[in-house]
Design a protein around this ligand. Structure first.
Ligand SMILES: Cc1cc2nc3c(=O)[nH]c(=O)nc-3n(C[C@H](O)[C@H](O)[C@H](O)COP(=O)(O)O)c2cc1C
Length: 509
């Protein structure tokens, strides 16, 4: 940490001879259009098809899934490139259909990061660095949240992009146990050249069954301490959370991962009704919420729309991504329509993933399941006719959160986590915890309510069947390449990793 320049020392700035790129609020407003509703980077889930669907439902800015800079920079991994950002198909990052877009990398080598980012700078509005992945795989690969221990390297990763890219660099990070250290870190990221900061209000240790709630007060402190735009990440399940979060943190936008995955319409109807923030300090105005049917459309309609987007694209969507999205979207009904859940789990798209042509009807088994689901949901809607959505909504006893009728898109949440083991106590590995033992959270409290987090890795049978566990594609340091890394690539499993129908998993980056 010692070689990080002090606050008074200016960071290296771009060469004067290069065309000037906008930074901070100028970039946020003029290039990005002052987005407030942002879809998070999600491995195997914020792929082009999902981005297309999300934009139709109010998302104003989207991040790609994390790309491993070391893998991308290595030109022996051609399939990795196509699977993670398909330049040749011409659709990813296309200004007509896929902007604004921020491409995210994980990295620990500034030169490799720069080489990779240079190849993609013409296809996005900015490049983001993942400083928040808390998983064991990131620990082994020394990236994500494990760079929180090496501020000098973090500074260099950001600054090399700030100095050499034609587009701005941004950073997404987790909070530290204290507000002071979180703020100091955020200021260092800004000084290094980050033009937008996304603050995920959870600690590095808040993962797995101990994920708990994000701490918005730390996000607020970051927002007050820096001059660049700040996005708040964590705890966004319903539209009502968005406004609450903007008020509590003063952030310029909210970023959602899981809330938006379970309800692609999380941001629907908001853009028209809420003015964009125009200054770094403007308090968000009260937003008139669209009616419940806009906020929570029938999930099977979203699923069918998503499938038709997948079919319409030249860019190939990984089978694992398709399956993961269908399980999440239709989750409220799949827990009762168990035959359809089983069928969905069993669908195999024949041949090697990369060889299957979707326009040749390969997705038909998924479409058929969705059509059958649609019939059943229409049956249930008719049975409930005469009642409003509000009348049909109940409250979950364990969490106090709203549960909508099972045919509507809505967030998924679990009961509160078990009490945290005391500090230094040896953690008993739960039988179901297949992806590594979570660290006990040192000073966190157990929240009364929470969504399942990105790191909800309990490998119970239900989750495996539901495709809730996603594939990590070619993450460096974990000793494997996923099936998406190349049609002939065989996953090499680390001890303790789960293998399931669609690949190998992880979560939580
Ligand atoms: C399926 C999934 C994949 C994720 N992949 C990434 C990723 O590629 N890069 C990243 O920075 N965060 C990743 N995350 C973390 C989210 O971006 C986000 O920080 C986290 O889930 C907290 O937001 P939430 O409370 O809205 O879920 C992922 C989360 C999920 C659920």
């Amino acid at each position: 940490m010692s070689s990080v320049p002090p606050a008074s020392m200016p960071s290296v700035t771009s060469d004067e001879t290069k065309p000037k790129k906008l930074g901070g609020y100028d970039f946020y407003k003029e290039v990005l259009g002052s987005p407030k509703y942002i879809v998070a980077p999600m491995v195997d889930q914020s792929e082009l098809a999902w981005r297309r669907l999300s934009r139709r439902y109010g998302a104003q800015l989207i991040y790609t899934p994390m790309i491993n800079a070391k893998m991308w920079a290595d030109d022996t991994h051609k399939n990795y490139r196509t699977a993670n950002f398909d330049i040749a198909s011409g659709e990813e990052g296309d200004p007509a259909i896929d902007r604004p877009l921020i491409i995210q990398f994980c990295a620990n080598d500034p030169e490799k990061l720069l080489a990779s980012a240079k190849m993609l700078e013409g296809h996005c509005d900015a490049v983001d660095i993942n400083l928040g992945c808390p998983q064991d795989i990131a620990k082994k690969g020394r990236y994500g949240a494990f760079l929180m221990d090496d501020w000098d390297l973090v500074f260099r990763l950001i600054n090399i992009l700030h100095t050499n890219l034609s587009v701005p660099v941004t950073a997404k990070f987790r909070v530290f146990p204290t507000v002071e250290k979180t703020v100091e870190y955020a200021k260092m990221l800004e000084r290094a050249g980050a033009q937008i900061l996304t603050c995920h209000g959870r600690l590095r240790e808040q993962r797995g069954q101990y994920a708990g709630l994000a701490d918005w007060s730390k996000i607020k402190a970051v927002k007050e301490a820096v001059s660049v735009p700040v996005f708040a990440n964590g705890n966004i399940l319903f539209q009502s959370d968005i406004e609450e979060c903007l008020r509590a943190t003063g952030a310029d936008g909210v970023m959602s991962a899981e809330g938006q995955l379970y309800n692609a319409a999380l941001f629907a109807g908001l853009s028209a009704s809420s003015p964009s923030s125009t200054t770094s300090t403007s308090a968000p105005t009260t937003t008139a919420h669209p009616p419940p049917e806009i906020q929570h459309p029938p999930h099977v309609d979203l699923a069918l729309e998503y499938l038709s987007i997948v079919q319409s694209l030249k860019t190939r969507t990984a089978v694992s991504a398709v399956k993961g999205h269908l399980f999440k979207l239709m989750r409220p009904a799949l827990s009762r329509e168990t035959d359809l859940r089983e069928l969905l789990g069993k669908v195999k798209i024949g041949g090697k993933d990369a060889d299957v042509s979707y326009d040749g009807g390969a997705l038909q088994p998924y479409v058929d399941i969705c059509l059958e689901m649609k019939k059943r949901m229409e049956r249930d809607t008719i049975d409930a006719s005469g009642k409003t959505i509000e009348e049909l909504t109940t409250i979950d006893k364990a969490t106090g959160l709203r549960v909508l009728p099972h045919w509507l898109a809505q967030p998924y949440f679990r009961p509160p986590p078990p009490p945290m083991p005391a500090k230094r106590e040896k953690v008993q590995k739960p039988k179901t915890e297949a992806l590594g033992t979570p660290d006990p959270i040192k000073a966190a409290t157990v929240p009364a309510k929470r969504s399942i987090s990105e790191t909800e890795l309990t490998a119970d049978v239900e989750k495996l069947n539901e495709g809730l566990v996603s594939v990590v594609t070619g993450i460096d340091g974990g000793g494997f390449e996923s099936e998406r890394a190349g049609k002939n690539a065989k996953p090499k499993l680390e001890p303790g990793f789960i293998q399931e129908g669609v690949g190998v998993s992880l979560v939580g980056v």
